[in-house]
Structure formats: structure tokens, C-alpha cells
Ligand binder design. Structure first.
Ligand code: CP
Length: 320
């Protein structure tokens, strides 16, 4: 692949390849000196048309740790505000001869649209309700690390039951994780209020729940998602109190899951709404900060692998 647009484009072995590639960067990132020169001389543009803390910063850190020149374009301060179209913005970025472009955009499909107009690899940092592939990859790496720390072999997630609970309808994280976790052998339960569950999602192989207590029964992992109120217009918006009552992960609720079940959240969290602080901060069960740590390593792996062709190095099993 030239680009990383979605988990849907990846085979299971390619997902495992990226996770394995990221391991060296987890190790490097834990050292006092974190610098590598693999991407020295290359330019990475982070073009973010939506807000971000984790994804933007970790792509910037990832590029810099590999020696690339990294520049960030924030849409709010760009000529997008003067009416420039997405395609003209893409052509403009391309003319600057970037070696990789990382895009976050509010519209599903925007990343592919840009990829079709530029000559370098494009990495999707989240496009509308479509996909957020590096999030799913970092989630898989964090889960694998947590399982291995408990002594499991954890080559993949065969035999695990993972509940993804929250605003599934608007969640690119849910879609990418569903694809990634299933590709790695997990059984996925999706849980949301009926109005926040995509119609027909069962066709993707997930078990659908509207009762969170039932969804949690015996589960090995609870992955919580926030309500994306910024994507809700003219539709059902539950109150924070009502939502927490039915779908918030409390300590009592977590007791329904398997003993020692792990807790995940891609962030940003709304404490006291979809997750209680008591659960989010559990030292032995919550891997939320480990997810953030793995984000840098996964983005280093993605930038390395996708720029290999330009560097004359074989990647994704193809000749250079
Ligand atoms: N998980 C995630 O994408 O976070 P940001 O919106 O802060 O990048």
C-alpha cells in the first residue's frame, strides 16, 4: 500500500507486521536518548482540519524521533478559512513536495480524496465517521503489551471478548477497532443506545447490545467511547446524567466483566459521563495511558513503513 487510509485495507498479516515493527520504537521511546535518523531529510506535513491532542502530538513526536522535518498545518489558521477547497489545499501541499502527509478531517472519505491528488503517502489521522487506523493499531499494541505483562503469549486476541461501548454511530475509532480486533481473532460486542448504533452494523460480525450490563457479562476488555456531541445535529442527545446512569462504566458495572478485565479509552475522556475516575485511574486494570504511549510507537512504525518505497527500502512484503 502507498497510503494508510483504513484498517479495512489491511490483511491480518499486515496488521501484525505493523505491531511488530512498532515494538522497536516502544523500546527506543523508553530510553533516555530517543533519536533515530531513519527519516532524515524527509518532510512530513500534519494537516489537521479537526482538533486533536494525542494524534497530532504523537505524529509530530514520531516524525521528529525518526529525524524527519515535521510541519503542522492547523486548518483554523490556514487559507481553508478563506474558502480554499480541500482539493486545492491538497494540490498546494503536494506542490511543497512533502514525503508524507498526515490528514485529520471531519468528513468521511476526505483522506482518500487528498490521497488521490498527491504524489506521496497519505496517513489517515481520522476522517469523519469512517476510520482512525492508527488509533486501532495503537489500541491493539497496548492491549498486546498489557496481556503479555500478565504472562499471556498474546500473538493475537483469539478467545478474547471485547466490549466497545459508547457513541458507536459517530465513531471512526469503533469502526477501525471492530475491523482490527476481529482481524486479530477477538469477538467484539458493540453497545450503545439504539439511536447511537449504526443500522445494520451486525453485518460486520459484531454482537449488538443496548443493555451495557448484559454486554459486559464475562467480557475481557471494556473499551469506552465518549459521546461525540459535535457530530450530533437535530438528533437525540442524552443528558450526561442519564447517559452515565445507563452506559457509564462504574466500578460496580466492571464487576460484571471477567475477573481482572482491562479498561481502555482512546481519549479524550469525559470523566463521570462514559467512565468514572475510579475506573479510569485503576492502576492494575486501566491501560489508558499505555494507549497514549503506544501511539507514538505505532506512528513511528507507520511513517517508517510508508516512506520505505521513497527511501528505496522494501516494505509491506514488496520489492524496493
Ligand atoms: N484518540 C484521539 O484521536 O485523540 P485526539 O482527538 O486528541 O487526537
Amino acid at each position: 500500500h502507498r497510503d494508510l487510509i483504513g484498517i479495512g485495507q489491511l490483511e491480518r498479516h499486515e496488521i501484525l507486521f505493523l505491531l511488530d515493527e512498532a515494538e522497536q520504537w516502544v523500546a527506543l521511546n523508553r530510553q533516555a536518548t530517543k533519536h533515530e535518523n531513519l527519516l532524515s531529510g524527509l518532510t512530513v506535513i500534519n494537516a489537521f482540519f479537526e482538533n486533536s491532542t494525542r494524534t497530532l502530538l504523537s505524529f509530530e513526536i514520531a516524525g521528529k524521533r525518526l529525524g524527519a522535518d515535521v510541519v503542522n498545518m492547523h486548518a483554523a489558521q490556514s487559507s481553508v478559512k478563506k474558502g480554499e477547497t480541500l482539493i486545492d489545499t491538497a494540490i498546494t501541499l503536494n506542490a511543497m513536495r512533502a514525503d508524507a502527509i498526515v490528514i485529520r478531517h471531519g468528513s468521511s472519505g476526505a483522506t482518500q480524496l487528498i490521497a488521490d491528488k498527491v504524489d506521496c503517502p497519505v496517513l489517515n489521522a481520522g476522517d469523519g465517521q469512517h476510520e482512525h487506523p492508527t488509533q486501532a493499531l495503537l489500541d491493539a499494541l497496548a492491549l498486546r503489551h498489557a496481556l503479555r505483562a500478565r504472562g499471556a503469549a498474546a500473538e493475537d486476541f483469539t478467545g478474547l471478548t471485547i466490549v466497545i461501548c459508547g457513541d458507536i454511530l459517530h465513531s471512526r475509532v469503533a469502526r477501525s477497532n471492530l475491523l482490527c480486533l476481529q482481524a486479530l481473532g477477538a469477538s467484539v460486542r458493540l453497545c450503545a443506545p439504539p439511536a447511537l448504533m449504526p443500522v445494520g452494523i451486525e453485518a460486520m460480525g459484531a454482537e449488538v447490545f443496548h443493555d451495557f450490563d448484559a454486554a459486559l457479562e464475562g467480557a475481557d476488555v471494556a473499551m469506552m467511547l465518549r459521546l461525540q456531541t459535535e457530530r450530533m445535529s437535530g438528533q437525540f442527545i442524552p443528558s450526561a446524567r442519564e447517559y452515565h446512569h445507563l452506559y457509564g462504566l462504574t466500578k460496580e458495572r466492571l464487576d460484571r466483566a471477567a475477573k481482572d478485565a482491562l479498561v481502555m479509552h482512546p481519549g479524550p475522556m469525559n470523566r463521570g459521563v462514559e467512565i468514572d475516575s475510579e475506573v479510569a485511574d485503576m492502576i492494575d486494570r486501566s491501560i489508558i495511558t499505555r494507549q497514549v504511549e503506544m501511539g507514538v510507537a505505532i506512528r513511528m512504525a507507520a511513517l517508517d513503513v510508508l516512506t520505505r518505497r521513497a527511501r528505496g527500502v522494501a516494505g509491506w512484503g514488496e520489492a524496493a
